[in-house]
Design a protein around this ligand. Structure first.
Ligand SMILES: [Zn+2]
Length: 335
């Protein structure tokens, strides 16, 4: 896409006709059938806010890019903060920024989910030991935000790995973990759902695009997957993921990105749906990613203006379960 081109819904990207995935056709159909959905406090729709925590210590690429950025702007304290953060024992890693993110969300009466990694293996680099940030992780939950598991790169088809990772996170947290998203959005349908169900997860939110934004299965509503072989509804919710920031900024400039997100939010409002967004925590501590962080705040501002319920995946899944939305039975297809 060149700079002058507007990311309108007609443009094609990676062979996709974007208009098809910018419309939640399945959800629109369900609403036409008379599906009735409401939210706490009569909110108009919901925005599920999530953060994958891939790193808690800046990788080399961060140091180089942040260092160059600080030099260019003659920002000497920034240079020290990003390049030499671990020279001073008192100084914390810039990526341990959960408090900062929660403060931002609090300003807009919003809460979110943080998915942490406890996998031992990773194709890129060693990530982190969750035990190093036990206090920070506990504080997230004590403040009313959610902590979920960010399953390892190799874990999506390995039940022992998922179990091990879940147990490790829970022992640090001192409570059960119910939400899941796999690293790199790796997922096998329906196998990963089955494994997650067996491990006691209540919801997954991996189902989205790694190179696009939009409604991958035409839905802006959480749903319970149907298992074709066993012919049963599975005991887990899927909260489809609609926007992963890194995928979006790969092909869209910030002003284009905002237009795309706004289209998705408008569709969600029309269908009383849930839009799930993923902003990695590192975005909020990368000087060269400032524009990405600004777009996140814009979503929060928009949510306030349009009266959206902005919460964690855990709260969304609980609300859907309590109200039995989109649960099918023979007499009443809408539950
Ligand atoms: Zn990840």
């Amino acid at each position: 896409m060149n700079e002058k081109e507007h990311p309108d819904t007609k443009s094609k990207y990676n062979g996709f006709d974007r208009s098809k995935i910018m419309t939640p056709v399945v959800s629109e159909h369900l609403m036409k059938l008379g599906c009735n959905i409401s939210y706490p406090g009569n909110k108009k729709f919901a925005i599920c806010l999530t953060h994958d925590v891939d790193d808690i210590y800046p990788p080399l690429s961060h140091r180089i890019l942040s260092g160059l950025y600080s030099l260019k702007n003659k920002d000497w304290s920034g240079l020290k903060k990003h390049l030499f953060w671990n020279m001073d024992e008192k100084q914390e890693s810039p990526y341990i920024n959960f408090q900062k993110i929660m403060e931002l969300e609090k300003k807009y009466n919003a809460k979110s989910s943080f998915y942490f990694m406890t996998a031992e293996r990773d194709p890129r680099r060693f990530r982190y030991n969750i035990e190093d940030i036990a206090d920070e992780v506990k504080l997230i939950v004590e403040s009313g935000w959610e902590v979920g598991l960010h399953g390892g790169y190799y874990s999506f088809n390995d039940i022992d790995a998922i179990k091990r990772e879940k147990r490790r996170l829970e022992s640090v947290l001192g409570r059960e973990v119910v939400g899941y998203r796999n690293h790199y959005l790796r997922f096998q349908i329906p196998d990963t759902w089955e494994l997650l169900e067996k491990c006691g997860f209540k919801y997954d939110t991996t189902y989205g695009y790694t190179n696009m934004v939009g409604f991958r299965n035409g839905m802006c509503h959480p749903f319970r997957p149907y298992h074709l072989q066993s012919q049963q509804w599975m005991d887990i919710y899927e909260l489809p993921l609609h926007v992963m920031e890194s995928a979006m900024f790969d092909f869209a400039k910030p002003h284009e990105a905002w237009e795309l997100i706004k289209q998705l939010l408008e569709k969600a409002e029309l269908n009383k749906g849930v839009i799930t967004v993923l902003w990695h925590n590192n975005v909020f501590s990368c000087p060269f990613r400032d524009r990405w962080a600004e777009i996140y705040e814009k979503i929060l501002q928009y949510g306030v203006q349009r009266d959206a319920w902005m919460v964690s995946g855990e709260e969304i899944y609980k609300w859907w379960e309590e109200n039995g939305y989109l649960l099918y039975n023979q007499s009443d297809p809408m539950g």
